[in-house]
Design a protein around this ligand. Sequence first.
Ligand code: NAD
Length: 500
Amino acid sequence: MSDTEITLTAPNGMKISLPTGLFINNQFVKGSSSETLTSIDPSTEEPICSVEVATEADVEKAVQAARAAFNNPAWRDLTPEQRAKLLHKAADLVEQHMEELFTLQALDVGKPYPSSMHGEGPHTVGCLRYYAGWANKLHGQTIPVSKDKFGYTLRQPLGVCGAISPWNFPITNAAWKLGPALATGNCVILKPSEYSPLSPLYLAKLFREAGYPPGVVQVINGHGKSTGEALVAHPGVEKIAFTGSTATGRHILQAAGAQMKKTSIEAGGKSAFLVFADANLEQAAKWAIAGGFGNAGQICSANSRILVQRGVQEQFLEIFERMAKASKIGRPFDAATTQGPQASRMQYDKIMGYIESANRDGAELVLGGGRFEDLGDKGYFIQPTIYKGVTRDMKIFHEEIFGPVLAVTAFDTEDEAVALANDSTYGLAAMVFTENIKVAHRTAARLQSGMVYINESNNVDWKLAFRGSKQSGLGTELGESGLDAYLEDKVIHVNLGLEI
Ligand code: NAD
């Protein structure tokens, strides 16, 4: 037990030993200042515990440890099979300790447990195993040039990667970065969000147990403005893999750009969900609920704009409203809960602000529209909320709310649907519901978004790339192309006898 370890008892009765230190060089250590970060339970607004915060000096220590690890033969010289074995071992441990991990996530993010454990848990394990499988399939090309010359490419790791993650999926998002980064031989310094510091610390413990050499995987908690910026600015960090808001993504791009640092950005979204008149409306409504109200609407690719062909709008809304009313808002450890609290006071206030703006702008309230009062005056609970008659000039049509507030707009023609969907600075995902195969594929090709789901929503799979276009991102996570963010091609010229 390290001197930063505490024992937490969760409402589900689980006792968890959690190191609260900075995970540097395979040890949980205290930060160099006395500053700590207090994690708040969003369902009670009570403090859970405090964790150590990394200052610039601590970031320096983590980077030095990672640099040493990158050049340490114990890591550098592993065969691809040995790298795969380590990642499989980490996946095994995540699988064995899902209850602890997802209990911690439910505690500090407020996600319903066990439904998140049964959904995100296997996804996290699957993602790690998928990238373990890639470790020995990374090869370049051989390129004939002339009789006397050929070239070949080596695909090599970048070095030290700073991974900066948001609070809405702290475990899976860490796996999306750790999996490809470690399979390709990099070292990773993970900076989780200040709103979800607990589960990543437990993850660190599991990666150490898996046998990663010191410095290969490190986890440092702290605020974006201090710890995050120090990581981005450090010249010893070759790459920044960022997931978070578009505003922060832009800021990071500028800072990292000053050093030409490799940067991948997964940012915000305002995904359109198109329902054509011939769609299976029951299925469309079910997917819209899952993809719009899932995780209390705190999903980057949430289908937050629902565009419905006018002829079926009322029929669709009737089904949609009935299903949304069946949501069970509750505390994260109540088995019946389908929607927990918003993750933080900041997020709660922001969403309530958007509800006020929708009312001011004249959107027509169909359902919800305020705080969920049944659980008392503590906890960041908001009702599932639906507005119809939402027009392009309204804030809730354009801005990412990141909460359980969905905007419905009617359209008449396919062209109008596509124009409405594309009227966004974001381009993360889009969803098309129709039984007409031609409309489905024609529309999918015209939608300006990194991903299009036909007759489903947000059914993410690690084998398929996750990516945003426009201001939703740069680069890709997941899938085979997710490896590119952690590899650099080197070109070798070979002269077979040409003389000058
Ligand atoms: P955020 O941008 O506020 O913070 C994300 C991370 O960046 C946190 O770890 C934060 O500490 C850090 N950070 C903040 N300022 C920084 C700075 N100046 N320098 C370095 N790091 C800094 O986002 P959030 O509120 O945590 O997450 C919600 C956002 O994330 C939403 O916009 C959502 O759409 C987006 N998101 C995108 C994806 C995706 O894959 N596209 C997935 C999940 C979430």
